[in-house]
Design a protein. Structure first.
Length: 312
């Protein structure tokens, strides 16, 4: 596993410190520019967070009491989102050795691209990457997922199958399918299962969500950075993903997926959807965000909407 050079680590540290200062000095957006550039206002971030929590009960809002760690432009009880004890069954290298399943999603000729680690795999069995997901975002339905991670098959259950399309939720949302975290199963000869705590914060400099992660081994002991690097795509390690202080919680530092390209990726997704005669709504932002960020951390199983039905 590659580790950052001294020069690279110093550059990342200086850059991160500068961006934290810039974020504090940046004005808080009030008017929506979501359709124009894929960015969010704090109010839209809360709206998207509420929608994520409503449909995926593994995610919840976290409040921050300490004023120095609290963002005044967000509600005190909705400072960031969290998902705890998220399983990670394999190391990223195990996935990336399967090169025939990878394809680069590029925004431009000069872009390093986002890696589609699930290219060519049956979409009914694996999570869809955004490169194949975008044209299908017109309708969204969520199927019930059992605690074991499998789709329910009880003949007497009313939860089997889709519970409705995206349009059904716009005015008065029905009861959601409750998505539970799968129980961790020990498999003989398998790679040790790790767990991660994931956070989504609002970045006021880039006006986008930002994903944070911190891992633990099978005994609940905190992972050191070098171990967490093993669960990050090599194409993004130390570039898109860096070790930084969390804006709301105390040390140690956590891995973070840098948000500098998030708005650009989201804008491209919206353009593709619009070409298909559809519209991506702002409250679905985080559901889509978590789909395309999955390529950065392909073995961390936080996306329990794998049964998300995306109909044309």
């Amino acid at each position: 596993m590659a580790t950052p050079t001294v020069t690279q680590s110093a550059f990342n540290a200086v850059k991160s410190a500068g961006l934290r200062i810039a974020e504090k000095l940046s004005s808080v957006p009030k008017e929506s520019t979501f359709k124009e550039n894929g960015k969010l206002t704090p109010d839209e971030f809360v709206q998207a967070g509420d929608y994520l929590v409503f449909h995926c009960r593994t995610w919840s809002w976290v409040g921050v009491k300490k004023q120095s760690k609290r963002k005044s432009y967000l509600p005190e009880n909705k400072q960031f989102l969290q998902a705890k004890n998220v399983p990670c069954y394999k190391r990223s290298k195990q996935v990336e050795e399967m090169h025939y399943n990878e394809q680069i999603l590029q925004l431009s000729a000069d872009d390093e691209g986002w890696v589609d680690t699930h290219h060519g795999i049956n979409l009914e069995e694996e999570a869809e990457d955004i490169s194949v997901l975008a044209p299908q975002l017109g309708k969204v339905s969520i199927s019930h997922v059992t605690p074991s991670g499998d789709q329910g098959d009880d003949e007497d259950s009313d939860d089997d199958g889709p519970i409705g399309s995206l349009e059904d939720f716009l005015d008065e949302p029905p009861d959601p399918a409750v998505v539970q975290q799968p129980k961790l199963k020990a498999t003989k000869g398998a790679t040790s299962t790790r767990t991660y705590d994931l956070n989504i914060t609002y970045d006021n400099y880039y006006n986008t969500p930002r994903l944070w992660l911190f891992g633990y081994d099978e005994n609940g002991k905190a992972l050191v950075p070098e171990q967490m690097y093993e669960d990050v795509s090599m194409d993004h390690l130390h570039k898109t993903v860096t070790l930084e202080p969390h804006p709301h919680v105390p040390p140690p530092d956590r891995l973070s997926v840098h948000p500098c390209r998030h708005a650009e990726v989201m804008k491209k997704i919206m353009s593709v959807v619009e070409e298909d005669g559809r519209e991506l709504k702002v409250h679905t932002y985080l559901l889509v965000f978590l789909k395309f960020v999955q390529s950065v951390i392909p073995t961390i199983e936080y996306d329990y909407t794998k049964q998300l039905s995306l109909a044309t």
